[in-house]
Ligand binder design. Structure first.
Ligand code: GRF
Length: 193
């Protein structure tokens, strides 16, 4: 029996390696989701070309042309309405969403963050982990709530911080785990829905 797949909208701002990992996961016929659209708030973000190359609809909603967050988010909602969407996946999406936007999609927006939340919310996570001399870091897939990086965790992957690590080496080690964690989290959500 064919199982209904979750329709994903993937929101990006940059290079899109997590989006690429999701594209790869969706190529497996047994994966319980497919990507309806990739939306970037940054015109020309490398993720857009990667999505197009994979035959996925790619849209830009440039936040800079709107006065405030509400205008931008209204345009984002309009774009989302043109596609079937069950779950919004933030993948390196560098805009904070307002509670008004999030209320349209209760428990339907998830994010991947490069730290073991609740530790190291926000940006520059790897530099702060190294400065604090932590022996472990990782990544977290979590539901998005109005408070930044504070929504319930879906899953985490842990990695060691090694002697001599730099931001680049730590970030690369964590990114490998992000690419495993994000599809795994979507499988977990699909199983529950
Ligand atoms: C990832 O480290 C993700 O955890 C964070 O932003 C980065 C995006 O990388 N939210 P990419 O665009 O998916 O390559």
């Amino acid at each position: 029996m064919a199982v209904k797949k979750l329709n994903l909208a993937v929101l990006v701002s940059g290079r899109g390696s997590n989006m690429q990992a999701l594209i790869g996961a969706c190529q497996d016929p047994s994966f319980p989701a497919k990507i309806s659209v990739v939306i970037s708030n940054v015109p020309g973000a490398p993720a857009l070309a990667k999505a197009t190359d994979a035959g996925i609809a790619a849209e830009t909603v440039n936040h800079k042309i709107f006065e405030g967050r509400e205008g931008f988010e209204a345009a984002l909602l309009e774009t989302l309405k043109n596609y079937p969407v069950d779950l919004i996946c933030l993948a390196g999406f560098m805009r904070i969403l307002t509670s008004g936007f999030i209320a349209h999609w209760p428990r339907k927006i998830i994010n991947i963050h490069p730290s073991l939340l609740p530790d190291y919310k926000g940006t520059n996570t790897h530099a702060r982990v190294l400065a604090d001399g932590r022996s472990e870091s990782g990544c977290t897939v979590h539901y998005v709530t109005p408070e930044l990086d504070a929504g319930p965790a879906i899953l985490q992957k842990r990695v060691p911080v090694l002697p001599g690590d730099t931001e680049e080496s730590l970030s690369a080690r964590i990114l490998e785990q992000e690419h495993i964690a994000y599809p795994e989290a979507i499988r977990m959500i699909a199983q529950k829905s």
